[in-house]
Design a protein around this ligand. Structure first.
Ligand code: PLP
Length: 416
């Protein structure tokens, strides 16, 4: 494979995009920062940082409470963000978006407010073996509380989900199928329409962990038949603690509130209360207002680039990175074909433990993640305690992949 891709992905003007991200201009020691950990959290463009600053400088007030001008402005910005996020994931009704801190909180919300209400002893919850702990632990809690059983779709040798036994895993007793939209370890993109169909054919609901998918590919909940979609704004150029849950409206309406407190109520007596409609009954207390306003700016930014161009850029960069890593002697986990995977690339480099590797790479300015990636069951399947992981986003370049591979050579000199 040529050292630098013959052509930069034509789809995005990455040099221009990089100008929007102040952090990418900094150095680590005397080396330029090469940020390859966007699967953990993405960097933020000036447009997002500016939207948060402007909110605090001009519009800051609590929402849905005050009748004065800036309170109404804050409410309009917050509700405008809800409309934007709904449109971004293909939801025609903004009330189907519940704001919260992101994927972990959203999965817990569903496992609690839907799971505790609708799961019974002997019911089945179907997950995959490639789930992040945030789409596993809440279901373990729900199973323990209700007597339901958790079952798993296995991972095939090539890192895709093995759907060969799907019809015996998803049964008449299955109440929910909850899978990752994109594996944060293997990059795998499961066939969501197939899984949705399997869930719906037995009357189960279908949840997609969108933490990695929503930032990187076009998502249409209605066209794909997704009943719940979890969204982490901080992985899609937005602030930390932004994002939330898409839920089919009838399901959200049937569910009981998750957290109790101010704003989620209709009327309160000393011994009981009635609750707001959706989404208000799931938004207790003062919400993450500035964060969701920042997320709206992130969505504007991504829409300005075009999600098809975002995906195309990542496909090209991922193919290039996998090629170069394999050529350098790394073991790469997950499917090779960029059509069925995203840009989170896990690998093990020769005899160097991932933690040592990440430390040496840091000295070269290259930021990658090393560890179990909150997916310990998957690590056991791969037969490793940890992996190194490079992950890409709109601001990454082929030269940064080359910097990663060059730095691997330094690690080998030290540990080899
Ligand atoms: N699911 C996947 C696939 C993830 O990669 C992550 C975070 O890395 C999460 C869930 C949890 O997301 P958050 O920490 O934003 O709640």
């Amino acid at each position: 494979m040529a050292k630098v891709m013959d052509q930069q992905p034509a789809s995005l003007d990455v040099a221009r995009i990089r100008q929007d991200f102040p952090i990418l201009a900094r150095t680590v020691g005397d080396k330029p920062l090469v940020y390859l950990d966007s699967a953990a959290t993405s960097q933020k463009p000036r447009q997002v940082i500016g939207a948060i600053t402007e909110f605090y400088e001009r519009h800051n007030a609590n929402v849905h409470r005050g009748v004065y001008t800036i309170a109404e402005e804050a409410t309009a910005l917050y509700e405008g963000a809800r409309e934007k996020l709904a449109r971004f994931v293909g939801a025609s009704d903004p009330a189907c978006i519940v704001f919260n801190r992101g994927t972990t909180e959203s999965t817990n919300l569903v496992a609690h407010a839907w799971g505790r209400k609708f799961l019974r002893e002997g019911d089945q919850i179907v997950l995959s073996m490639a789930e992040h702990h945030s789409n596993l632990i809440p279901w373990q809690f729900a199973a323990r509380a209700t007597g339901a059983e958790v079952r798993f779709i296995p991972v095939a040798e090539d890192g895709t989900l093995d759907l060969s036994e799907l019809s015996s895993i998803v049964t008449e007793r299955t109440r929910i199928v909850a899978v990752t939209g994109m594996s944060n370890v293997l990059g795998t993109l499961p066939p969501l329409a197939v899984l949705s169909e399997a869930a719906h054919s037995v009357g189960a609901v279908f949840l997609v962990d969108g933490a990695q998918l929503v930032p990187h590919a076009r998502v249409d909940v209605e066209a794909t038949g997704i009943d719940f979609l979890t969204i982490s704004g901080h992985k899609m150029l937005g602030p930390t603690a932004s994002g939330g849950l898409y839920g089919r409206r009838d399901l959200l309406e049937q569910m009981d509130p998750f957290l109790g407190g101010g704003e989620m109520i209709r009327e309160v007596w000393l011994d009981h209360a009635t609750f707001n409609g959706v989404p208000g009954k799931f938004e207790a207390g003062t919400m993450n207002i500035a964060e969701e306003v920042g997320l709206a700016a992130a969505i504007d930014y991504l829409e300005g680039l075009g999600m098809d161009a975002v995906r195309e850029h990542e496909k090209q960069l991922t193919a290039y990175a996998i090629g170069r890593l394999v050529e350098a002697g790394a073991t790469v986990y997950g499917p090779r074909d960029p059509e069925v995977r995203g840009g989170a690339v896990s690998f093990w480099y020769k005899e160097v433990h991932p933690h040592d590797l990440a430390t040496i790479l840091d000295q070269e300015g290259v930021a990658i993640r090393a560890g179990h990636h909150c997916a310990q069951p998957l690590m056991r399947i791969l037969g490793v305690p940890a992996t190194a992981r490079a992950s890409f986003y709109v601001y990454n370049t082929a030269e940064e992949v080359d910097a990663l591979v060059d730095a691997l050579g330094k690690a080998e000199d030290i540990f080899g």
